[in-house]
Design a protein around this ligand. Structure first.
Ligand code: DLL
Length: 433
């Protein structure tokens, strides 16, 4: 099997450490001198730009969280003047404010490089037709896969998300060999293929690169059987670069992290201590080559484990386990990140509505659906039905505007939603992960 960048992907680990040490040193200098927010943080911790001698010194550095990005919204953590930023992307923040990320020209080229590695390790090459059914736009999925696909010389089909009929038509007419989308959409497509009477023999699909949301080994089996393809897990987050942070190889035994660009650690989310090798904990990344938005010890909130043993594929890059949980309450609905607090903000802005609500997430025909049950004042139930409908429509619109997802709203009478003592259980997630 091909390896895109044998030099870095199969490097002796002691050589890799030297490179990581040097790159970390330069990154800390860069943020110290170019990002006032980081300079204050480092000074507060009594640290100067010379603190890093080797990669081991990373443990002395302060953490960065989504809140830091929110506090400096939109561009406050950028380390270069805007004239050097050639691309902006964004993902949801905890209060409705997006997390904005910026790329220099070199960052875009790093991103294409790590995506080329991702696609090559999935088994794709210049003769493939890659149908990119991740969303194009502020979300990093579409353009990330797009640039990687072009870099390896494949024929990229930039169809973006949704419009299943068109997806199927292109898949058949163009002879798509690689499909890139969320795993839940892959299952949806599999069923749509059947329902539309398309014979699998009319399709040339042979592999899929799936990520942006958690999925289980069972889902993988189902996708592989139904679509008759190899299903590869790809992982990433916008703050670090987008997709391209880590990806599986043909062995499908963990996702290789592009450690020469993104240095991983596993910490205990409560004590913030680095955990011994092999422990499950929260994944933390330091970008060591990014120019636009370098991040130091960024807390991803994703829970996983690192495996440093050499992989059968020959790559020496550390592997992370499939990522199944988070240490915060973020939900991923059809690939869109959603914090319950975003919904709460919308509710609190509408005086007719009581802040008693429940979010129910389900997966129907392999598509995530989300319902919000919320209590409204009794008078609405005594009045004309039209008033109730009107309120529901307004709430539905406000929600869609705020979170970018259509949410089914059910208005219920006061005191129908179970009250709980202590921590309330506002989210019921019936999807099987
Ligand atoms: O989801 C980037 C991406 C696009 C990855 C396309 C893969 C494919 P964000 O929108 O910032 O970026 O969401 C990042 O999604 O912290 C994880 O919680 C979750 N996530 C991403 N990939 C996986 C995966 C993109 N393979 C957040 N398995 C991350 C489980 C994933 N969770």
């Amino acid at each position: 099997m091909d390896i895109w960048n044998r030099h870095f992907e199969c490097m002796d680990r002691s050589d890799l450490r030297k490179i990581q040490s040097e790159r970390l040193r330069r990154t800390v200098e860069r943020v110290y001198f170019n990002v006032p927010y980081y300079r204050h943080k480092l000074q507060e911790a009594g640290l100067g730009p010379e603190v890093v001698e080797s990669i081991d010194d990373i443990r002395k550095l302060p953490f960065t969280t989504k809140n830091d990005l929110r506090d400096t919204y939109p561009f406050g953590m950028f380390a270069v003047p805007m004239s050097e930023i050639v691309r902006l992307h964004a993902s949801s923040g905890t209060t409705g404010k997006a997390t904005v990320v910026g790329y220099t020209r070199n960052d875009v080229s790093t991103w294409s490089e790590v995506m080329a590695r991702t696609l090559t390790s999935a088994g794709a090459g210049r003769n493939d037709f890659i149908q990119v059914a991740y969303g194009y736009g502020l979300f990093t999925g579409g353009l990330g896969l797009h640039y990687g696909g072009e870099k390896i010389g494949a024929s990229v089909i930039p169809v973006s998300g949704g419009n299943t009929h068109r997806q199927l038509q292109l898949m058949r007419d163009f002879g798509t060999t690689v499909i890139a989308c969320t795993p839940s959409y892959a299952l949806y497509l599999a069923e749509a293929i059947q329902d539309n009477g398309i014979s699998r023999d009319d399709l040339k699909l042979r592999c899929g690169v799936f990520g942006a949301e958690p999925w289980t080994e069972n889902m993988r089996k189902e996708i592989e059987e139904k679509l008759r393809i190899k299903a590869i897990d790809i992982f990433g987050l916008s703050e670090i670069i987008g997709p391209g942070v880590a990806s599986e190889c043909q062995e499908q035994e963990g996702l290789h992290i592009n450690e020469d660009h993104f240095f991983p650690e596993i910490i205990d989310p409560e004590t913030l201590e680095v955990l011994p090798e092999g422990s499950v904990g929260e994944l933390v990344f330091t970008t060591i080559t990014k120019e636009g938005l370098p991040l130091i010890r960024y807390r991803t909130r994703d829970l996983t484990r690192l495996n440093y043993s050499k992989c059968k594929c020959g790559r020496t890059l550390v592997r992370m386990d499939k990522c199944l949980g988070r240490s915060d309450d973020m939900l991923i609905i059809r690939g869109v990140n959603l914090f319950p607090s975003q919904i709460e903000t919308v509710l609190l802005a509408m005086s007719e509505i009581k802040p008693h609500y429940r979010i129910i997430v389900d997966r129907l025909n392999n598509l995530d659906v989300i319902e919000l049950q919320v209590e409204v004042d009794e008078v609405f139930f005594q009045d004309k039905i039209s008033q109730l409908q009107n309120l529901r429509n307004r709430l539905q619109d406000n929600l869609e505007n705020a979170v970018g997802l259509s949410i089914k709203v059910t208005l219920v009478e006061p005191k129908t939603i179970e009250r709980s003592e202590g921590k309330s259980k506002r989210v019921i997630d019936n999807r099987k992960f």
